[in-house]
Each structure stands twice: as structure tokens, then as C-alpha cells.
Design a protein around this ligand. Structure first.
Ligand SMILES: Cc1cc2nc3c(=O)[nH]c(=O)nc-3n(C[C@H](O)[C@H](O)[C@H](O)COP(=O)(O)OP(=O)(O)OC[C@H]3O[C@@H](n4cnc5c(N)ncnc54)[C@H](O)[C@@H]3O)c2cc1C
Length: 270
């Protein structure tokens, strides 16, 4: 069977341990992320793991790709330490301010420049923006099918995968021919942890950095200019709730709670 060419799109997301340090810029409405370390998000680790398991079963190549500012190489290196064969960073000031559509266009062009792929993996939704739009939009730009919410994946034939995906009240199984975009749920697998071998492996691997000119993209479709959506307003939610601890025996606490909820008219009078 033919070895598979796979691309895993990974987004640099703020390190979860520093989330309380992220602030909104009230003037621009953008997030102030300066000084916040980035990491490979957990759902992207699962997407990478799914690709690595297929490579182990069938052979082939796994490329990790990201669009982001300089410094994003760090998460591509992590992808390689975990087992990817190579990394590609799409980085250019012209990509800045991209909404999901312009991000997807750039990623799709990056994938085309690689020569296409049989399987293109995404997280179902990123840890921070969480729109879940980028994977399906890349599929649209490449004019190939996509499956989202993927929680199980098998190769069933030379050119076909079976994907089980989540719906509100259950699951649906589909068989789909390659090339296909697969947006996976975090629960699809338990990602491997980096090994010492990974630190050796990364030494001989390449991370290419492509600018908009390298890719020959249509500049009216990238960055802020190429973004059909605009953030019109953003707000920081200020919680005005007060916390109150009740003490006593459980039955006492329950009584006090009922009285308070009644006093606040959350519960009707007895
Ligand atoms: C109007 C507008 C302006 C914006 N301006 C900026 C800005 O100036 N700076 C900025 O940092 N962000 C900006 N953003 C946010 C940026 O568009 C999103 O971060 C990006 O499109 C991904 O969206 P998401 O997080 O909802 O991804 P989702 O669709 O939830 O992500 C799903 C999966 O897609 C893949 N993916 C997503 N993004 C990337 C990526 N960049 N590279 C590789 N794979 C990826 C990952 O596998 C991820 O798990 C802007 C958004 C809007 C709407």
C-alpha cells in the first residue's frame, strides 16, 4: 500500500498556566499576549498523535505546519520532538490580523506548496479562539471533503478512512476517500510524551519558514486586508458575584441555603 503524506496544522496557543496574565487591549480589541509563553495545544497534540499512529501502521511522512509570528518554530520543534518528520512555518507581517478565513487560505496555500496531502489533520477547535472554523475552511479552499468532531479513525482501504464523529445525541460512522481534512477531538487518543530519542531526532529535521512571497499567495486574501470579518467589540466580563461560605451540619447548611435562595426570590416562598 502506498505510504501516506500527512499534514498536521498546529496553532501556537498561550501556555495554560499563564492564562490569568492575558489582557484585552481596550483600544485595539486584541489580546495582549506579549511575554506569555506559547505551547502546543492539547487538541493539536491529539491531531499529531493520530497522524503518527497512521504513519506507524502504513508508512509515510508527517509534516507539522503553523501560521504564526516568528518564535512559532518552538511549537513546530515540539511537533518534531514528538515524531513529525518536518515542520513548515508560514510567517510574514502580511499574515497579521488574519481572521479564520484568511488563516485558512494561507494554510491551504501552504499545503498546496507542499504538493498536497492525503490526510490533513486539525484540532476540532483551538484552545483559545475555539471557532472550529479553520479545518473546514481549509477543506473548502482545497475543494476536498472534511469530517469534524472525529473521535475514532481507521484506515479501511488503500485510499479510504473510516471516521467516527460525535453528534449531539451519539455518533456517526463515515467512510471517506482521501484526500480529506480531519478535525479531531482531544479524546481520540492519548498523545505520547516526548522521549530522549525525540531530542536527537529533532537535530536533523528541517523547519522551513515561508513568507507570503515565497508562497506566491494572493495578497488581497491574507492578513487583515483579506479578512471578511472584523471584531466590532470585545469586553472583559467582570464578575460581580459574591462568595459566601455556609457552615454547620449538612442539614443546617441546606436549611440556610433554602432560606437565602427564598430571600433572593430564586426559589418561591414555601
Ligand atoms: C477579525 C479577526 C482578526 C484577528 N486578528 C488577529 C491578530 O491580529 N492576531 C492573532 O493572533 N489572531 C487574530 N485573530 C484570531 C485568528 O484569526 C485565529 O486565531 C485563527 O484564525 C484561528 O482561529 P481559531 O482559534 O478559532 O481556530 P479553530 O478553527 O478553533 O482551530 C481549529 C484547528 O485549526 C488549526 N489552526 C488554527 N489556527 C492555526 C494556525 N494559525 N496555524 C496552524 N493551524 C491552525 C489547529 O489545528 C486548530 O486546533 C483574529 C480573528 C478575527 C476574527
Amino acid at each position: 500500500m502506498k505510504p501516506l503524506n500527512m499534514v498536521v496544522c498546529i496553532k501556537p496557543v498561550p501556555d495554560e498556566r499563564f492564562w490569568d496574565k492575558i489582557r484585552l487591549d481596550p483600544k485595539t480589541g486584541t489580546l495582549r499576549r506579549k511575554g506569555i509563553p506559547i505551547e502546543l495545544g492539547s487538541v493539536e497534540k491529539s491531531a499529531l498523535e493520530a497522524a503518527l499512529r497512521i504513519r506507524e501502521a502504513r508508512g509515510g511522512k508527517v509534516t507539522v505546519m503553523s501560521m504564526g509570528p516568528p518564535g512559532t518554530e518552538e511549537i513546530l520543534e515540539w511537533g518534531i520532538v514528538l515524531g513529525a518528520d518536518e515542520g513548515v512555518l508560514l510567517s510574514d507581517i502580511a499574515f497579521a490580523g488574519a481572521d479564520t478565513w484568511a488563516t485558512a487560505y494561507a494554510l491551504a496555500e501552504g499545503i498546496k506548496k507542499l504538493g498536497g496531502a492525503d490526510l490533513i489533520f486539525f484540532g476540532n477547535e483551538s484552545l483559545d479562539g475555539s471557532t472550529g472554523q479553520v479545518g473546514p475552511q481549509v477543506a473548502e479552499f482545497l475543494d476536498i471533503p472534511h469530517v469534524t468532531h472525529v473521535s475514532e479513525l481507521d484506515l479501511v482501504a488503500e485510499d479510504t478512512v473510516r471516521a467516527k464523529f460525535h453528534i449531539e445525541f451519539g455518533f456517526i460512522d463515515v467512510e471517506v476517500k482521501m484526500p480529506v481534512v480531519l478535525a479531531v477531538e482531544k479524546e481520540i487518543n492519548e498523545p505520547r510524551v516526548p522521549s530522549i530519542w525525540g531530542a536527537v531526532w529533532v537535530q536533523d529535521r528541517r523547519i522551513d519558514c515561508w513568507t507570503a512571497d515565497d508562497m506566491g499567495v494572493d495578497k488581497s486574501k491574507i492578513g487583515l486586508l483579506g479578512s471578511p470579518t472584523r471584531v466590532s467589540d470585545v469586553k472583559t466580563i467582570e464578575l460581580k458575584r459574591k462568595g459566601e461560605m455556609l457552615s454547620g451540619e449538612p442539614s443546617d447548611i441546606a436549611k440556610q441555603l433554602f432560606q437565602k435562595l427564598r430571600a433572593e426570590k430564586v426559589l418561591p416562598e414555601a
